[in-house]
Design a protein around this ligand. Sequence first.
Ligand code: ADP
Ligand code: MG
Length: 231
Amino acid sequence: MMPPESPPALALVDVARRYSEGEGVIEVLRDANLAVEAGQSVALVAPSGTGKSTLLHLAGLLEHPDDGEVFVDGEPTSGLPDAERTRLRRIHVGFVYQFHHLLPELTALENVMMPQMIRGLSKRDAAARAGDLLGYLGLAKRLNHRPSELSGGEQQRVAIARALANAPRLVLADEPTGNLDPKTSDHVFGALAELVHATGVATIIATHNMELASRMDRRVTLRDGQVVELD
Ligand code: ADP
Ligand code: MG
């Protein structure tokens, strides 16, 4: 007998998101559907203003859809109390933004330890995992540097390590290399792609860079508020 199929790590089902704009309403997402399997990497390639960040915020349970449902590991999330959504987000989702948002007074190691300690890990365990992740990303010699003492590419690699610190099921990256020069961008993206494949985490990466997107398992875009498969 075949084992039961596991549900997607993330599913957006008939999701809508509207914002009021002056007198009117703009519908950024409408009947949007997207399922991301565990371990699958998806590039979200679409022009500015089409709703990429909105989609990532919904997927990361930072916002509520106006219609439809967001499923995490097959479980609907709209009815959950805020405290439970926050818990799910902390444990299951890692975010990487265009700007690193590292805490300036903490070292690289401490920045990666922080989400683990918030989750309740001991300092020793958090430091061990943070060191492993940063080492994997080529930052073994930068553990005790503060963000201001790191290059842009190094800062983004620390942010990637931080996003993966709690071994999330889902990594959401919003134009993570948008602020870097092409060569650094290529290096950082390569590190992210490698880590994503090595850990089997599901990931959605919003990017304008088609060449980088081609290294993901799937490519999707947004058209009139809907998610459309590319290729
Ligand atoms: P992208 O990330 O693809 O550039 P966004 O998801 O940020 O697009 O935005 C999609 C559209 O929704 C834009 O027109 C933007 O102005 C609008 N929008 C986003 N967030 C808000 C908000 N909080 N209030 C009003 N409009 C918003
Ligand atoms: Mg955006």
